[in-house]
Design a protein around this ligand. Structure first.
Ligand SMILES: [Zn+2]
Ligand SMILES: [Zn+2]
Length: 407
């Protein structure tokens, strides 16, 4: 059975009851985990969905997460479907909301939203918005396309600030990070409306944008897609691209080959990180045999195109022109996926996050807590401007991420 069809009111009730039992034993974290499972299992907007939200609000209040608690209660009270909830439960939720709001004297700031983005050194290059004005894209026969400073740069100058063209959250972060924006999940996060996969979103906005842009096609198949590595990111790139551009910029055409390695090095080209032409122009090593065999990549592309067809990608909502036959659609997408996988092999970046690892003890230093800082991978993404910075054994660029923004 597809994981799209496995929502179950009775499963949700069972998990909510287990949550209530843990809550009664003052095991609030365990109760929160079980209420999240109840929410994930509940058919979207069913009475069980709202009851799970209501019970989760009690756990959030006990954890002193007052803002999140009030938000969960508002989700129940503001929904038209809440008329299916017993009046006594609604009254209890209203009382809890008043109690929590009276404690929220100072509105809690969302520090995630207020944290300022890094600023490019002396502003952005008008031809390459993700790049500092102090750096240009150039092309030479010896070096190919490359980045070069056009003035002296002080240590620590920020020369690239770039959002990815597309990104995919890594599976080990599914319970801790948003499937859409890759930020750490708040405690009152939401599951997908349709599937029971480990897919979570910060809030309604992230969930609805993900459904609109890609998740309605991927829904119920995220686990399978995760197993095909870069192929998943290639699918995401296709889903995040306009059909018109996929048709216009056939990645195997001579036109794209002539753009490759050069596009962006002339002041007449605007090299934008959200422009499919920037992706199309990335190095793919098609002719020098450095990447995986064509056969292997083509086979994956054919399977992924079949997957996209079976899951509604070619439906009218994507605006495929009526004069393009089903067979032609398949050919266009197979060629796009082959070209994208080859570009990803050379250009995909791992999005990392610096975390303080949990204190741990060793046999030798029994009670000594050791705090370490580690970079952990949270997503893989394609950053068209960052990809132009080539490797050097004596590097003069260092990378950091703020959420999924490279700088
Ligand atoms: Zn999010
Ligand atoms: Zn889903």
């Amino acid at each position: 059975m597809s994981k799209r069809c496995e929502k179950s009111a009775s499963k949700s009730t069972g998990r909510r009851n287990s949550g209530n039992e843990a809550f009664g034993r003052k095991k609030v974290i365990e109760a929160l985990r079980l209420y999240n499972q109840a929410l994930q299992s509940a058919p979207h907007l069913s009475p069980e969905f709202f009851l799970a939200l209501g019970n989760r609000s009690a756990a959030l209040r006990d954890l002193n997460k007052l803002k999140e608690c009030a938000e969960d209660i508002d989700r129940v009270l503001e929904a038209q479907e809440s008329s299916t909830i017993p009046t006594s439960t609604l009254e209890r939720l209203r009382a809890r909301r008043s109690e929590v709001l009276s404690q929220l004297h100072v509105k809690e700031e969302d520090d995630r939203a207020t944290e300022s983005a890094p600023q490019l050194f002396i502003g952005c290059n008008p031809s390459v918005p993700s790049l500092s004005k102090a750096v240009d894209i150039r092309f030479s026969k010896e070096k190919g396309r490359h980045l070069i400073a056009n003035r002296k740069l002080a240590k620590g100058s920020v020369v690239i600030v770039e959002d990815p063209y597309a990104k995919v959250l890594l599976p080990h972060c599914a319970l801790s990070h948003c499937h859409f924006c890759c930020r750490e999940l708040p405690l009152n996060h939401l599951p997908c409306t349709t599937c029971i996969e480990e897919v979570n979103f910060c809030n309604e906005q992230c969930r609805d944008e993900a459904l609109l842009k890609f998740h309605s096609i991927e829904c119920g198949n995220v686990e399978k897609l995760n197993n095909i590595g870069l192929g998943y990111l290639a699918v995401r790139l296709v889903l995040c691209s306009d059909v018109d551009q996929l048709i216009e910029y056939d990645l195997a055409s001579d036109r794209v080959k002539s753009m490759q390695r050069v596009f962006g090095s002339s002041p007449a080209d605007v090299y934008s990180s959200s422009d499919f032409r920037s992706v199309a122009s990335l190095e793919s090593h098609d002719d020098d045999g450095e990447t995986a065999s064509n056969e292997e990549v083509e086979l994956t592309a054919v399977k992924l195109t079949r997957f996209l067809r079976e899951n509604g990608y070619f439906s009218s909502a994507r605006c495929w022109p009526a004069n393009i036959s089903t067979k032609e659609q398949d050919v266009i997408v197979v060629r796009a996926l082959v070209g994208l996988v080859r570009r990803l092999i050379c250009n995909a970046h791992a999005v990392t996050k610096v975390v303080d690892s949990l204190p741990y003890t060793t046999d030798e230093t029994e009670s000594q807590e050791v705090l370490d800082r580690n970079e952990v991978y949270i997503a893989s993404g394609l950053f068209p401007t960052t990809s132009l910075a080539n490797h050097s054994c004596i590097p003069n660029l260092f990378s950091r991420y703020r959420f999924d923004t490279f700088f």
